[in-house]
Design a protein around this ligand. Structure first.
Ligand code: SF4
Length: 245
């Protein structure tokens, strides 16, 4: 239902102090959090992140070494045609769309940014194939600019925990960003993504979760803690929850 124009924007259930504590606990549980894409510079990470849409990082890492050998710079990639690239990136899926995005991205970098990847969110999201999530990945991991990528894992985990409240990634990015110091944005995103992949899956493994004592979903009986004798997961029932995947 649309929000009334005069109603206040939704707020996370937890205050920033709890959000920071939750992230510290999850960071301790996942000390290896970080992007799993292999890259040597911003151009390579941008390319790899575009390829990672609807594809595993592992598969992208199998494809990119030969791609980067053949097209080591935006200038080299800009001279290619999508048809030339398609066979090389085919294993990542959606290869026709991705090949057009890659060539368009490279040509825009050459034509408008001197062949460099801009360290600016607004400029990045204007590149073909680059959305806000991809832009934040590149900013945070390759350009030294705080970025807080919100993917489906961050969306699900943050809402369950109560450290965000919205099904809109931009709103969740804003809520988490307001609660966390900028230097911690990228690691926070990496940590939530890893927690979503390993523990807080669509069917969560709450008995293994380091933050369950502060989790709304768990408190409302949505988890699988043996102590509750549930042994099963349920959909959120509380009105405090926001429906996310
Ligand atoms: S307690 Fe369960 S639902 Fe809550 S964050 Fe942990 S795994 Fe996810």
């Amino acid at each position: 239902m649309p929000r009334r124009r005069d109603s206040p924007p939704p707020q996370p259930a937890h205050p920033p102090t709890v959000t920071r504590r939750v992230l510290r606990l999850l960071a301790a549980q996942h000390p290896d959090a970080g992007t799993e894409l292999t890259f040597r510079n911003a151009y390579e990470l941008l390319t790899a992140t575009i390829l990672s849409a609807q594809c595993t990082d592992e598969r992208v890492n199998q494809v990119t070494p030969s791609l980067f050998e053949r097209y080591p710079t935006p200038a080299a990639l800009a001279k290619a045609t999508p048809e030339e690239i398609e066979p090389q990136i085919r294993p990542t899926g959606f290869f026709r769309t991705k090949s057009r995005s890659l060539v368009g991205m490279a040509r825009t970098l050459v034509g408008h940014h001197g062949g460099e990847v801009p360290a600016d969110l607004d400029a990045l999201v204007r590149l073909p194939g680059v959305g806000r999530k991809t832009a934040n990945v590149v900013l945070g991991h390759a350009l030294g600019v705080p970025g807080l990528p919100v993917d489906r894992h961050v969306l699900r985990v943050a809402n369950r925990l109560g450290i965000a409240r919205s099904a809109d990634p931009v709103v969740v990015e804003r809520q988490l960003g307001a609660a966390l110091p900028k230097p911690r944005w990228t690691l926070a995103s990496d940590t939530l993504i890893l927690h979503g992949r390993r523990i807080c899956k669509p069917r969560p493994l709450c008995d293994r979760c380091g933050a369950r004592k502060m989790c709304l979903y768990f408190a409302d009986g949505g988890g699988t803690a043996p102590a509750r004798g549930a042994g099963r997961s349920r959909r959120p029932t509380s009105s405090r929850k926001t429906a996310v995947p």
